[in-house]
Design a protein around this ligand. Structure first.
Ligand code: SF4
Ligand code: SF4
Length: 87
């Protein structure tokens, strides 16, 4: 289950460059990387963004993804734009 403020996507993603060595699965401290065919699956609820998996991958198959702004920040910007004077 995804809690309040929890990212919907993990900050890292395993690409199809993965050779299936298993190093990242063994290294991930929270077991966020799961066997799920190719590419492997990274569970957003478990990933802490420590980036240990990037360090151990021998073929650079794990990509760091851009971080989206928090939903609360986006909502605040949206409300602010609605409150701007229309003179
Ligand atoms: S960034 Fe850290 S927590 Fe996330 S999948 Fe990689 S090793 Fe696991
Ligand atoms: S360390 Fe890299 S090559 Fe090995 S299983 Fe993980 S993503 Fe695939």
């Amino acid at each position: 289950m995804t809690g309040a403020g929890q990212a919907l996507t993990a900050p890292v993603r395993v690409s199809t460059r993965c050779q299936g060595c298993g190093a990242c699965l063994l290294t991930c401290p929270t077991h966020a990387i799961r066997p799920h065919g190719n590419p492997l699956l990274v569970l957003a609820d478990l990933c802490t963004g420590c980036l240990d998996c990037l360090d151990v991958c021998p073929v650079d198959a794990i990509d760091l993804l851009p971080v989206a702004p928090p939903a609360s920040a986006a909502s605040a910007a949206s409300v602010a734009s609605l409150q701007e004077p229309t003179s």
